[in-house]
Design a protein around this ligand. Structure first.
Ligand SMILES: [Mn+2]
Length: 399
């Protein structure tokens, strides 16, 4: 009798029923999330509805749901309104940024690109598609809106025709946000901004800063076409005394574009290069374990630099130097969450170029990268309401 022989019970059911899984149903993350999410209050959501009614007028009498206003003033409808990132408060007066845990900062600079420009529109595209999402995640069991003080700090005033002045502006902006005790998330812009981002943070770190760089391209040559372009950030970042190349990990490398001069520098300076074949052979978890080990060796903080082109070009057409064969989205999101789990001092998402995008899918992955990292930082108690030593946030007064 074969193992798939059906006994004649008339219902086509295998003898004895399905094989026991051996997994306790209550141990599933989904089942735990159901419980955990029940504990998260909806205080802010209710406040927001009240505010919407106050500012936007009560709805027409035919509308039964009386939490709806005439003019959309809160988060709904998702497709309406004037967008900040996740419809977070716009911190227009940047002197108030210290009231928040996290600031989303746009760096709309793309004069460092060496092939297709257009990622100056990256921050706007990420904000636009972020409207799709609410703040609640059923897998991670977090609610960013209720558990985190998130703001959108708007964009840095970059100087489009001048790379060095733009670096100075980005450095100054990110440094200011960090000094206020706020976690910076920088949306590029091209990858040249990796240098001023690290230059902004490194002086505030007491000890070494490691860098985890997810990319198809190595981006560590000294100059490109005579300037510090998006192929060069890690050369200059690792010239900063407390950001040594020994703590730089470059993961996902392996495209056919522009890596020759950089490979020589990586060899000379001994950064850790993890190619996409390494990822394939080791598996994403092991590869990230290696990355974390190298980046954190004798370091006091780690910065996360996520180039959207590290993902297979089929998923991210909207980027300046697309490469087939990169990370799958689920691998990339897993890598980002694993890095965030150890704690990071800041994050950038770069190279989202909306003019080449299809259905906002590239911007959407950039948005998800940020949300998954923030969700993990909340989950692990680094930021927001689960933080053990949550600081008293008060209005700051700087001149
Ligand atoms: Mn790249």
């Amino acid at each position: 009798m074969g193992m798939f022989h059906h006994h004649g019970n008339g219902k086509g059911h295998r003898h004895g029923g399905p094989k026991p899984s051996g997994i306790d149903r209550e141990s599933l993350r989904g089942m735990q999330a159901l419980k955990r999410l029940a504990d998260i209050k909806d205080r802010r959501e209710r406040e927001q509805l009240e505010r919407g009614l106050d500012l936007g007028l009560a709805a027409a009498p035919s509308v039964n749901d009386r939490t709806i206003s005439t003019f959309s003033r809160g988060q709904q409808p998702a497709f309406a309104g004037i967008n900040t990132f996740l419809k977070a408060p716009y911190c227009e007066n940047i002197r108030d940024v210290g009231k928040y845990d996290v600031a989303i900062i746009g760096a709309p600079f793309d004069m460092g690109t060496t092939y297709r420009a257009g990622c100056r529109f990256g921050p706007q595209a990420v904000r636009r598609i972020s409207a799709l999402y609410d703040s609640y995640n059923a897998d991670m069991a977090v609610d960013l809106y209720e558990e985190l003080n998130l703001c959108d700090a708007g964009d840095i005033f970059v100087i489009p025709s001048n790379i060095e002045k733009s670096f100075d502006q980005i450095d100054r902006a990110v440094s200011f946000v960090h000094e206020q005790g706020v976690f910076p998330v920088v949306i590029g812009g091209d990858h040249s901004i990796g240098y001023p981002d690290v230059r902004a943070l490194a002086p505030h770190i007491d000890g070494r800063i490691g860098i985890i760089h997810l990319d198809r391209h190595i981006d560590i040559q000294e100059r490109d076409m005579d300037e510090r372009m998006h192929t060069t950030p890690w050369f200059h970042a690792t010239d900063i005394p407390n950001a040594p190349a020994s703590n730089l990990v470059q993961m996902g490398i392996g495209g056919w574009y522009g890596s020759r001069p950089g490979m020589k520098v990586a060899r000379d300076r001994q950064s850790t290069v993890i190619t996409i074949s390494d990822v394939e052979e080791l598996g994403i978890e092991k590869a990230v374990e290696v990355a974390l080990e190298c980046a954190w060796k004798d370091a006091d903080a780690v910065f996360l630099s996520f180039d959207i082109d590290s993902i297979d070009a089929g998923f991210v057409p909207g980027t300046g130097s697309p490469e087939p064969g990169g990370l799958l989205p689920r691998e990339a999101l897993k890598a980002l969450r694993m890095v965030a789990r150890e704690g990071i001092c800041g994050m950038e998402v770069v190279e989202i170029a909306p003019p080449y995008d299809v259905s906002d899918m590239t911007a959407q992955l950039g948005c998800r990268a940020i949300m998954d990292v923030l969700g993990t930082l909340v989950e692990e108690g680094y930021l927001g309401s689960r933080r053990k030593d949550e600081p008293e946030r008060e209005r700051i007064n700087v001149s």
